[in-house]
Design a protein around this ligand. Structure first.
Ligand SMILES: *Cc1c(COP(=O)(O)O)cnc(C)c1O
Length: 289
C-alpha cells in the first residue's frame, strides 16, 4: 500500500482563464483523503520500520486527519487510537473512525494542550505505540507533500493550496525549490490570523521567497462560513461537477476567483489549485446547505 499513488490533473471550466487546472488529490482515497494521505505516507513507513503497530494521534471531533489515520491504520493492518479534543460527543466522522477500529479517548481542552504528556501518560508502557502529531505535522509530512510537485508539469505559474498548519504548503514549496521551478506558491489560510503560517513554512524549509500568503479569505475563522462563501461553493460544485469542502478548498477557490476579478493574473497564466480532499467535513455543516 505504500507504493506509488498518483492523482489526476483536471482542467476546470473558466470564462477567463484558459489554463486553470485542479490537482485532484481528493480522488486518492475517500477516507485517507488528499493531503492527509501525503502527510501520513512516510510516517507510516517509519512506524513499520520501527516495528510500531499502534498509531496514536490527536484531533478535534471533526478532524479529517483522524478519519485518515483510522482508515490508513486499518488498511495497513495497524491499531489506532486518538485523543479527541473536548467533551465526549458523537458525530458522523467519529463514527467512521470507530468503524475503522480507532479507539477514541475524549480529552478536556486543558490536558489536550500537552500532547507529549498525554501520550506518555497513556502509552508509556506500550512500546508498539507510535506518536503522530495533530494533523500529522512532521518532516515526513513535508516530504510526502513535496511529491505532489513531482507529479505536475514544470511550467506552472501559480499553485494554490489551503492551509491549516501550513505543513502541506511547506511540502509544496520544498518540491518547487528542489526542482528549481519558477512557480509561485499561493497559500490561503483557513483560519483567522494566518500570518503565522509563513513562520511555520520557514521553520521547515528556511526559504519563503516564492511564497505569497493570502490571509483575507478566512470568512470569520476556522470552520466559519458566510453566505457569500456558501453561494460561491454551490455555484462551483454545480458548474464543475467537483465536490469541495467549506472549511478549506472553498476558501482557496474563492480567493482565486477574487484575484481573477482584480486582474491579478495574465489570461494565459497556468494555474493549479490543489484539491486537498476532506469532503467528509461537509457532514458537520448540513444546516448550511
Ligand atoms: C487538513 C486539511 C488542510 C490543511 O493542511 P495543513 O497541512 O494543516 O495546512 C487543507 N485542506 C484539507 C481539505 C484538509 O483536510
Amino acid at each position: 500500500m505504500f507504493t506509488d499513488i498518483y492523482s489526476p490533473l483536471q482542467q476546470l471550466k473558466h470564462p477567463i482563464l484558459s489554463q486553470f487546472w485542479m490537482k485532484r488529490d481528493d480522488l486518492i482515497d475517500p477516507y485517507i483523503s488528499g493531503n492527509k494521505w501525503r502527510k501520513l505516507k512516510y510516517l507510516l513507513a517509519r512506524a513499520f520500520k520501527e516495528n510500531k503497530h499502534h498509531l496514536v494521534t490527536f484531533g478535534g471531533a471533526y478532524s479529517n486527519h483522524l478519519v485518515a489515520t483510522a482508515a490508513a491504520a486499518a488498511k495497513a493492518g495497524l491499531k489506532s487510537s486518538a485523543f479527541v479534543r473536548g467533551e465526549e460527543v458523537e458525530n458522523e466522522m467519529l463514527m467512521i473512525c470507530r468503524l475503522f477500529g480507532m479507539n477514541l479517548i475524549f480529552t478536556d481542552r486543558t490536558s489536550y494542550k500537552d500532547k507529549t504528556q498525554l501520550f506518555l501518560q497513556h502509552f508509556a508502557e506500550q512500546p508498539e505505540a507510535f506518536f503522530i502529531d495533530e494533523g500529522g505535522a512532521s518532516a515526513e509530512a513535508v516530504q510526502g507533500c513535496a511529491e505532489i510537485i513531482a507529479e505536475l508539469p514544470g511550467d506552472i505559474d501559480h499553485i494554490f493550496c489551503a492551509a491549516g498548519t501550513g505543513t502541506t504548503a511547506a511540502g509544496l514549496l520544498k518540491g518547487i525549490q528542489e526542482r528549481g521551478l519558477k512557480t509561485t506558491l499561493h497559500v490561503v489560510p483557513a483560519l483567522k490570523g494566518g500570518q503565522f503560517i509563513e513562520d511555520e513554512i520557514f521553520k521547515y524549509i528556511g526559504n519563503t521567497a516564492q511564497l505569497v500568503l493570502h490571509t483575507n479569505y478566512h470568512f470569520g475563522g476556522y470552520a466559519k462560513t458566510q453566505p457569500a462563501l456558501i453561494s460561491f461553493m454551490k455555484d462551483f460544485v454545480s458548474k464543475q461537477g467537483i465536490l469541495i469542502d467549506p472549511v478549506y478548498t472553498a476558501k482557496m477557490l474563492f480567493a482565486i476567483e477574487d484575484l481573477i476579478a482584480t486582474d491579478y493574473f495574465k489570461p494565459q497564466d497556468k494555474i493549479v489549485a490543489l484539491h486537498t480532499g476532506g469532503l467528509l467535513g461537509i457532514l458537520g455543516m448540513k444546516e448550511k446547505f
